[in-house]
Design a protein around this ligand. Structure first.
Ligand code: ADP
Ligand code: ZN
Ligand code: ZN
Length: 750
């Protein structure tokens, strides 16, 4: 008997399937999904891997008189099921990635380390956090700024398990304290002394609550989906309900039914909405013994504990962000995806999967309902609902009878004419003033961080750009530095133009830092708090900033996208959108949709309990996304957007497949992209649009050139085959400098 084995290792050369002989005495124990230890190459150390197939004959047996090695050992406790392996194989093909990367998502956190069970019982401990993001670290490793194998090992381990207890890290990544100290000294990691709390989302007492009497709208939806639960049927539903219309109450009551059937539930929410308040709703209904929370803020030990409890069936409700779709529930009875329009359900990193697609696949296999919910469903989802692919349930009323806010549009072109050069219109200034007098809170939303967005010489037109990326640098006043938002590059600010020596260097554009500055000048007595990537850090989390805003009754919260989700602020009665246009002009086909979604959500932040005012400032007051968001009219927006998409052939009428090529050698990129293009053209029918390779809108990031080919068509099995064929060329494999990534309906098109 032979076993096909995937080695559990990141090295590129190992990313294939290897055939091993199964020794006679192991034949009865071995199963697909088993973790095995095998000899590899000349190394004495055994490598671990997973069996993905068993077969009587090997195709390689007759070739090149290969001598097969034998499997040395099988791990007793098998964590992966045959279903997991089937899914991993399917994902690898669909998302153009390695099977081993997919398998990793399905393994318990910290696999391979039993030691986790003997974690310290101390009250405080040192935890290790990365100070740079994953891309940045990989970039430095590639640039050979980090050379030591041990340092690289520790950093890579942290990429997957940020915020780990220091002793766990030493054991799991097999590094010494000295290595970590060096990394700390060089600014790659920080070591923070923290309370060792068990799951911070679950350790407090929550008062229990009872199911509410459903409204008619809610009941219709509940009954429709409950029918599938009772009959063990697969069904897909979309709940379109404004914020506060009682979607969560429906989820809770459906889960109750699923539990009564002896089955388990998975609820996905966007990472940023996964707050203690959100989790409390579930704890209040079901108690903390039955709810597992999977969250990136948990330590690896905590995630491991949750994983174990789910596996054993001790916890039957799982709430988590995207990757919780892989939670090892024993008997799946429902998958709920809240805020289904959120971008975070699609992964930007390999495997570039979409959790919504996988949820559909899993629910179908498990014969259970898939429920999507949102106040502003993705255009593509709503389209499917209108085509009867999904059952559509609409909730039009707020369950607690709170009224919707009053939304007003301010045309910024008039402000200029009135001589107002500030970022805040007279109208918004006036409302802020009123709010301050009434001791109410205000949120100001601006989707750009930093102080000024670009720096230009008025004499010669020179724009300060990043030396690694073809993108302008943003001025950050608090540090008096120019920063690249793509690669993190920083330099000191310039006063004289490096091209023409002119001193007429001017700062253009705005960001949250500048906004905060202006607010201080206009309202010197108001207290403010800012929330953007620059103020949110490991020690000062998103959660903590929002708590501070709420608990200390700070007058004005200024922030980027981050302020849109999560908390419920009863005292916020005014929301100002400082510039609604910043995302409208992007060339991404979803830019308009996202602007609308964001505006509706931001508006939903105002006046949850009493009256609320929203002011949207814009240079495009006639744009339908702006007008429709003022009216809070999703259907109007949907109809306009869908007819445009149909005309331009964008999703849902076809998929956008982006094949990107990146590397340092531009001539190699051109060669390969042309090769892939001609191969595609030779196999793909004429009715499919394949665009010639061109530079990406941002054609250089982190010193790497970027080109791309775009294909517009419906993704079918046939299309997947053709793309796989086009990129798996031998000639391409020899060009080692160029990375090829295939992404289906990517989150960003830049
Ligand atoms: P959504 O998830 O759509 O934002 P929620 O389920 O959170 O809405 O409901 C908003 C508020 O209304 C919550 O406080 C919830 O407890 C309450 N609520 C929901 N459904 C009902 C109901 N049928 N009767 C009374 N209150 C309800
Ligand atoms: Zn100049
Ligand atoms: Zn850069």
């Amino acid at each position: 008997m032979y076993a096909e084995v995937i080695i559990n290792n990141n090295a590129k050369a190992l990313n294939r399937i290897f055939d091993y002989l199964v020794p006679k005495e192991l034949e009865n124990d071995i199963k697909v999904g088993a973790r095995v230890f095998v000899p590899f190459g000349n190394s004495k150390k055994l490598e671990d891997g997973f069996v993905i197939n068993l077969k009587e004959e090997s195709e390689f047996a007759n070739k090149d008189n290969i001598k097969f090695k034998e499997i040395a050992k099988i791990e007793k406790e098998q964590v992966l099921t045959e279903n997991n392996i089937t899914l991993a194989k399917l994902m690898a093909r669909k998302y153009f990635c390695n099977i081993s990367d997919c398998i990793k998502l399905m393994l318990p956190p910290g696999t391979g380390a039993k030691i986790l069970e003997n974690r310290t019982k101390e009250k405080t401990g040192n935890f290790v956090y990365l100070k740079l993001d994953k891309d940045e670290i990989e970039f430095r490793i590639e640039e050979q700024k980090i050379k030591s194998d041990k340092q690289i090992r520790a950093l890579r381990f942290l990429e997957e398990n940020d915020g780990i207890y220091i002793a766990d890290l030493e054991l799991l990544a097999d590094v010494t304290r000295a290595v970590l100290k060096t990394l700390e000294k060089n600014g790659y990691i920080e070591i923070v002394e923290k309370q060792i709390e068990r799951n911070p989302f679950i350790n407090k007492k929550v008062e229990r609550d009872e199911p509410k009497q459903l409204t008619q709208e809610q009941e219709k939806c509940f009954n429709g989906i409950n029918f599938c639960i009772e009959n063990d049927e697969f069904c897909k539903s979309l709940i379109h309900g404004i914020t506060g219309s009682g979607k969560t109450e429906i989820y809770l009551q459906l889960i109750q039914k699923v539990l009564e059937k002896g089955k388990d539930a998975i609820i996905l929410v966007p990472e940023i909405s996964l707050t203690p308040q959100m989790v409390d709703r579930f704890l209040a209904r079901f108690g903390d013994n039955s709810v597992a929370v999977l969250h990136s803020k948990l330590s690896i030990g905590e995630r491991y504990d949750e994983w174990q409890k789910i596996t054993k069936g001790e916890k039957r409700i799982v709430i988590g962000a995207r990757s919780a779709i892989f939670a090892p529930v024993r008997n799946l009875g429902i998958i709920i995806i809240d805020e289904e329009h959120d971008m975070s359900y699609k992964s930007d990193m390999a495997p570039r999967y979409n959790a919504k697609d996988l949820a559909k696949y899993m629910a179908e296999k498990a014969n259970c309902p898939l429920v999507l919910g949102s106040a502003t469903p993705e255009i593509s989802t709503m389209y499917l609902a209108k085509e009867n692919e999904y059952a559509l349930y609409t909730l039009t009323k707020r369950a607690n009878n709170a009224s919707l806010p009053n939304v007003e549009i301010v045309d910024l072109r008039n402000e200029l004419a009135l001589g107002n050069r500030s970022m805040l219109s007279f109208k918004l200034q006036e409302e802020i003033k009123k709010n301050l007098e009434n001791k109410k809170q205000t949120i100001l939303f601006l989707n750009r961080r930093g102080y000024s967005t670009f720096i230009m010489c008025r004499d010669c037109g020179y724009v300060a750009k990043c030396k690694n990326c073809n993108i302008s640098l943003t001025y950050h006043m608090s540090e008096n530095k120019l920063k690249c938002h793509y690669c993190g590059f920083e330099q000191s600010t310039i006063k004289v133009c490096p091209e023409c020596n002119s001193s007429k260097v001017k700062y253009f554009g705005t960001g949250t830092q500048k906004l905060e500055d202006e607010v201080h000048k206009l309202f010197p007595d108001a207290s403010t708090i800012r929330m953007d990537i620059d103020t949110v850090s490991k020690k000062n989390s998103h959660e903590e900033i929002l708590n501070k805003f709420k608990d200390e009754n700070i007058d004005i919260l200024i922030g980027t996208q981050m302020v849109v989700k999560g908390h419920h602020f009863p005292n916020v009665t005014l929301v100002g959108v400082v510039s609604a246009d910043s995302s409208l002009n992007l060339e991404d086909y979803r830019a308009v949709e996202r602007t609308f979604q964001t505006l509706v959500q931001v508006a939903g932040r105002a006046g949850r309990e009493e009256y609320g005012n929203v002011i949207i400032q814009t240079y495009n007051p006639d744009h339908y996304a702006i007008i429709d968001s003022q009216k809070q009219d999703y259907n109007l927006f949907y109809n306009q957007e869908v007819s445009l998409r149909k005309m331009l052939k964008y999703p849902p009428f076809c998929d956008i497949i982006m094949i990107s090529f990146s590397g340092k050698d531009i001539s190699e990129i051109q060669k390969i992209s042309n090769l892939v293009y001609s191969k595609l053209k030779s196999v793909i029918n004429d009715d499919i649009f394949v665009f010639k390779p061109v530079p990406s809108p941002i054609d250089k990031i982190k010193n790497k050139y970027r080109w791309r080919i775009i294909i517009k068509c419906k993704v079918t099995s046939n299309v997947l085959n053709m793309i796989n064929y086009a990129i798996e060329d031998e000639k391409i494999k020899k060009c080692k400098e160029t990375r090829i990534i295939v992404d289906i309906n990517p989150n960003t098109m830049s």
